[in-house]
Design a protein around this ligand. Structure first.
Ligand code: FAD
Length: 453
């Protein structure tokens, strides 16, 4: 068992402590007893072992984008992976090995040098760790599946402080659980993903419509996506038009509807395929064109700055009929905060190439995935109204939901909701695997799956 720690220990009062303990969601203000900045898997093993010996609870900091703020823990030990951020592309074998604390921006940049990619987060600062373990939804998912579908192997530091490899051939149960089971089963210090041909130039971007057109735009988009080829990815966000030059002056600051598209393939062919979307309108702004895939991956960076207050929830939809679209738009508009983004992304395509039993992540048959993303400036007096609005929207959409939820999109909604994400059988299997790998529930500061009794 490793006991040597070669990283840096940062505690209250030390330089950088406040910055290091900050996370994406500005509502979170937690003070770990110490932050252990690990450099490698042996450091992580030592961090876990010493925290356990000291009786301290543990949190794991990947990219700090978990909206619950589970990367940091009051009075506990924060196992900080941010310095384990290597990204090594093996273009010949079409794989990439990625440190557990890397961000998607770094992965996209390195893999795109070879015209390759793996489904990654839609905001480049998001951590590979939490996103992939939660399964990983991204613009490429209809073409190449969720991120976890491309996972080939993971180096895992267990609750016992051991370093193991999980893959189809090595601890297959653990490997199955890592693909959607979140941070429950160990700390992943290295992911190996299969890569796929993408770009580097793709057809992508956004069509922006005035808010009053949202219902007809959504109906057209829904009809198109239900039959769209798997090369098409995308979603629709009900937002407030930003005060940017590309937005016509009168539309700025007004409710708006943004249709985000990506065509993975020849951009010219993409123009033809996407015509039913791009010819609809006219939009207030048409920003769809050939562009680098990395630019598509950064489209949503500006509206998602660190430090804002966030309250999120989500639901998979069984269907998205006209009545559901009416309810959606009527409840979302006008937004309580101009930073809020209420998003629907389309399922289908490669997501269904695996079955629900193949990975811990399920809900593969859902045609749409709703993400209630409320965001507002860091002013506590605005918390209540924004949280209440999010809950009202979620309640209104219940009639069309599957009962399943995508855990990466939600805050802390309790154990029941975690069980609902997996369904009873899969949840029971996950609990048994948890009992093998983490019987004391050391990794519980997360969307927790308690060990089976
Ligand atoms: C701006 C923004 C955009 C997002 N976009 C997407 C999106 O497009 N698709 C999507 O699916 N999700 C998206 N998410 C949600 C995101 O995937 C989850 O919040 C995820 O947990 C973030 O991972 P992280 O490593 O950055 O977070 P952290 O807060 O560091 O980690 C969250 C939890 O994950 C676990 N964890 C993290 N890394 C590891 C590791 N290496 N080993 C073991 N456990 C680990 C830990 O339990 C940790 O508490 C987005 C979130 C934000 C804030």
């Amino acid at each position: 068992m490793a006991t040597e720690f070669s990283g840096t220990v940062v505690g209250p009062g030390d330089a950088g402590y406040d910055e290091l303990r900050s996370v994406f969601n500005g509502m979170i203000d937690r003070k770990p007893e110490r932050i252990l900045r690990c450099r490698n898997a042996a450091d992580v093993a030592a961090a876990i072992t010493t925290a356990r010996a000291d009786g301290r609870p543990i949190s794991v900091y990947g990219g700090g984008h978990g909206v619950t703020g589970s990367a940091v823990i009051d009075g506990g030990v924060c196992v900080d992976l941010r310095e384990i951020n290597h990204v090594e592309v093996d273009a010949g074998n079409r794989t990439v090995t990625v440190g557990g604390g890397a961000t998607w921006g770094a992965v996209d940049a390195a893999t795109q040098e070879h015209g390759l990619a793996v489904t990654g987060g839609r905001v480049s600062s998001t951590g590979v760790g939490g996103l992939s373990l939660g399964s990983g939804s991204g613009w490429l998912e209809r073409t190449y599946g969720f991120t976890c579908d491309s996972l080939v192997a993971a180096e895992v530091v267990t609750a016992a402080g051991e370093i193991v490899t999980a893959s189809d051939d090595s601890h297959p149960d653990l490997f199955w659980a890592l693909r959607g089971g979140g941070g429950n089963f160990g700390v992943v210090t290295e992911f190996t993903f299969a890569l796929h041909p993408v770009g580097p130039i793709v057809l992508g971007g956004m069509l922006l419509y005035p808010g009053f057109m949202a219902k007809e735009v959504l109906r057209n988009w829904r009809d198109f996506m239900l039959d769209a080829p798997r090369e098409v990815g995308g979603g629709v966000a009900l937002i407030t038009a930003p005060p940017e030059e590309f937005v016509p002056e009168p539309a700025r600051g007004q409710p708006a509807c943004g249709v985000i598209v990506l065509y993975v393939g020849d951009p010219e062919e993409g123009q033809r395929v996407l015509e039913p979307l791009t010819s609809f309108g006219p939009p207030a702004a048409n920003l769809v064109g050939p562009m680098p895939y990395v630019a598509v991956q950064q489209l949503l960076d500006p509206p998602n700055p660190k430090g804002m207050h966030n309250y999120w929830s989500g639901d998979f939809l069984e269907s998205f009929p006209d009545e559901a679209i009416e309810t959606w738009v009527d409840n979302v508009q006008p937004p309580t905060s101009p930073l809020t983004q209420m998003i629907v992304v389309a399922g289908g395509g490669a997501i269904g190439d695996l079955t629900d039993d193949d990975t811990a992540f399920g809900n593969r048959g859902a045609p749409f995935n709703l993400h209630y993303l409320s965001m507002w400036p860091p002013d506590p007096s605005q918390d209540e109204v924004n949280i209440a609005k999010t809950r009202t929207i979620a309640a209104a959409m219940k009639p069309w939901t599957t009962g399943g939820v995508y855990l990466n999109f939600i805050g802390d909604e309790g154990l029941i909701r975690v069980e609902q994400a997996y369904g009873p059988e899969k949840y029971a299997r996950l609990r048994k695997i948890k009992r093998v790998w983490d019987p004391d529930n050391v990794f519980r500061h997360n969307q927790n799956i308690p060990p089976a009794d």
